[in-house]
Design a protein around this ligand. Structure first.
Ligand code: NDP
Ligand code: MG
Length: 386
């Protein structure tokens, strides 16, 4: 029996993780559930799964949640600091990080320091502080199991290949809803259009990141840290069908890939059950009905966020943290209708140019760098006065 803490149980990844736990009650137990603001869903989840502990990060919702569960022996906490404390509880085996954004970093650091296995969905953690996080994992002997579908595919392709040299990683990308748009068309697209992803149903932030291809830029950085490869050895391949979830090319030219229907339940379940595979119901890949698979080069003139990610990881230091912070602000402002789609890369590039570069930040430095970059980006989006 693995006892799981889900950070972000009310989100897209969080609710799918609970589907897996519901399917395998003999294998997994929801020990701790945490949410941002969605008190109603967190209460329902607590009633169904009867966890030991829950956290509602938004302190204004604390009384509501506590009162609704007063007949049950569930510990209820609130606030960002509580997230860092609950992950350390002795019975927890695995912390699944399904919070969105920089907010996922501090509790992940606490989980690793407490020696927990981390099933990592929150890619922003590795974008911001990949080097420090991988070091912490090694020092504390904690496995980091990828939940992101591409990284799970790479991880699955590396089974039994520990001693073999990787020549390159083929990181596949759907290309998002605007794959065939011209720059002119991209200038006019709305958040509503961007939120309609062709293949995947995900939270709002990552869906916009997929449309700008910042998501693929983040995944490139995530892959560099998880698999210890230079960014130049990671090639982004547009593959609109999202069937090949990514692949590894070895030095003899062999390419090993993992294929399947686009469904996050598989990578989530594999991160929890590794090295075992468990039964998983659902649609199966049907190559005959697909007929053909397609591949294209990415175009960074139409999708500059991908170029910005390559540049930020090449520069290193605080650059990826600034990239992430500026993207969080620009992504949010675009969803609010405050800026245009092509303003997103412009604001990120400008923020990277303005925020002072820190060559070798420590984990303690990231909150201040994140704050400063968010302020600069917010001014550039016009949501803050100069
Ligand atoms: P959602 O927006 O659907 O869910 C985010 C979760 O985090 C919710 O439970 C939300 O709570 C909680 N949350 C948000 N902000 C805070 C905060 N400040 N403090 C505490 N909790 C907070 O996101 P997704 O599930 O789509 O994505 C989660 C992570 O997984 C992201 O990093 C994303 O990049 C990554 N990922 C997602 C994939 C997907 O298919 N969705 C695929 C691969 C990676 P509430 O709703 O209660 O406010
Ligand atoms: Mg992905």
């Amino acid at each position: 029996m693995r006892r799981i803490c889900i950070l972000g149980s009310t989100g897209s990844i969080g609710t799918q993780t609970l589907d897996i736990i519901r399917q395998h009650p003999d294998k997994f137990e929801a020990h701790t559930l945490t949410a941002g603001s969605n008190a109603e869903l967190l209460i329902r989840q607590a009633r169904e799964f009867n966890p030991d502990t829950i956290v509602i990060a938004n302190e204004d919702k604390y009384d509501l949640v506590r009162d609704a569960l007063s007949d049950l022996p569930i510990k209820v906490y609130s606030g960002a600091q509580a997230l860092c404390e609950v992950v350390e509880a002795a019975p927890i085996d695995t912390v699944l990080t399904a919070m969105v954004g920089f907010a996922g970093l501090p509790p992940t650091v606490h989980a690793l320091k407490a020696g927990k296995a981390v099933a990592l969905a929150n890619k922003e953690t590795l974008v911001v502080a990949g080097e420090a996080i991988m070091r912490l994992a090694i020092e504390n002997r904690c496995p980091i199991l990828p939940v992101d579908s591409e990284h799970s595919a790479i991880f699955q392709s590396l089974n039994g290949e520990q001693h073999n040299r990787i020549e390159k990683i083929l990181l596949t990308a759907s290309g998002g809803p605007f794959r065939n748009c011209t720059v002119q068309e991209l200038q006019g697209v709305t958040a509503e259009q961007a939120l309609r992803h062709p293949n995947w149903t995900m939270g709002a932030k990552i869906t916009i990141d997929s449309a700008t291809m910042m998501n693929k830029g983040f995944e490139l950085i995530e892959a560099k840290w998880l698999f210890g490869l230079p960014a130049q050895a990671i090639e982004v391949v547009i593959h609109p069908e999202s069937v090949i979830h990514s692949a590894v090319q070895f030095e003899d030219g062999a390419v090993i890939a993992q294929l399947g229907t686009p469904d996050m339940h598989l990578p989530i379940q594999y991160a929890l059950s590794y090295p075992a595979r468990l039964p998983l119901p659902g649609a199966r890949l049907d190559l005959f009905s697909l007929g053909a698979l397609h591949f294209e080069q990415p175009d960074t003139s139409r999708f500059p966020c991908l170029r910005l990610a390559y540049e930020a990881i090449a520069r290193g230091g605080s650059a990826p943290c600034v990239l992430n912070a500026a993207n969080e602000i620009a992504n949010f402002r675009f969803r609010e209708g405050g800026i245009g789609f092509m303003d997103i890369p412009r604001i990120i590039e400008e923020t990277l140019a303005r925020v002072p570069f820190v060559p070798a930040p420590t984990l303690d430095d990231y909150p201040a760098i994140n704050r400063e970059a968010r302020l600069v980006a917010a001014r550039l989006t016009g949501s803050l006065k100069k």
